[in-house]
Design a protein around this ligand. Structure first.
Ligand code: ZN
Length: 267
């Protein structure tokens, strides 16, 4: 009936890793070629998974054909039909099928433009998440408008995101805080920081402070070059160095750059 039966080793969609793979497995096993479904059924199957529509569309370049009422008059407005199961993206060699449209050069350009930090949450590559110090950020590229049909892959369509912001919030559920816990922390901020937070969430991303931009750029240098930058900075700042520890002067370099910059301007 379909290509799936021949592989014999299809993982379960509930256990599989990666939203695109899970969506593919769900379609192959729960819908099947020629079957119809509604987006809501897919969303219900994977509650909390973000950008699920986009992951489904991402299957098209891997040879999957999913029709809507625009392609088939018989379908209802909210109905979709799985016409053809494409490449088995759950298999290692096909995992990236159709996803390599972004060139290495574009990737580098976008990362440099965004100063090697997640535009959604502001985290730098390799930095630990404040609410989950055991996991560190890995940067990837996402679309500026993730829900827009046919987003391109030029630098202006793309932004740097950490894998956590990009993928799903699904498996961080346990470590997530309640509304009250979060609001307590927001309320404790200074007026200036509240203002900054508001601008940030309205805009959907935060523009980096000059200090954060510099750190992002320094982080992509080699270890040797990073040490050289550090040594020069120590000369500028004038603090004594004790192993990895640098004594910083009192007046608040440690305040991490939420200081004078206000979002606006760049990109
Ligand atoms: Zn992020």
């Amino acid at each position: 009936m379909n290509a799936v039966d021949e592989t014999g080793q299809m993982p379960g969609w509930r256990e599989a890793k990666g939203t695109r793979v899970r969506v593919a497995l769900w379609l192959a096993t729960e819908v099947g070629e020629g079957g119809t479904f509604k987006k809501q059924q897919l969303r219900d199957a994977m509650p909390g998974v973000e950008q699920i529509d986009r992951r489904m569309r991402d299957l098209r370049p891997a040879g999957w054909k999913i029709s809507t009422y625009r392609d088939r008059a018989a379908l209802g407005a909210d109905e979709l039909m799985l016409e053809k199961i494409g490449l088995p993206v759950w298999e290692k060699e096909h995992r990236a099928a159709g996803l390599r449209a972004i060139s290495a050069r574009t990737r580098q350009e976008v990362m440099n433009r965004d100063f090697h930090r997640c535009v959604r949450c502001g985290i730098l590559a390799g930095e630990a998440y404040p609410d989950d110090p055991s996991s560190t950020a890995r940067l990837t590229l996402g679309h500026v408008h993730p829900h827009k049909h046919g987003s391109g892959s030029t630098p202006s369509d793309l932004v740097t995101e950490c894998a956590r912001c990009n993928e799903s919030v699904q498996h961080f559920t346990e470590s997530r805080l309640s509304f009250e816990q979060v609001w307590d922390r927001v309320q404790a901020l200074t007026g200036r920081d509240k203002n900054l937070v508001l601008r940030w969430i309205v805009k959907g991303h935060r523009d980096a402070s000059p200090a954060e931009r510099a750190v992002g750029l320094i982080n992509q240098l080699s270890a040797v070059d990073r040490d050289a930058v550090k040594a020069r900075l120590v000369d500028f700042v004038g603090g004594p160095v004790d192993g990895a520890h640098v004594e910083l002067p009192e007046d608040g370099i440690a305040d991490g750059g939420s200081g004078e910059e206000l979002p606006g301007g760049a990109s």
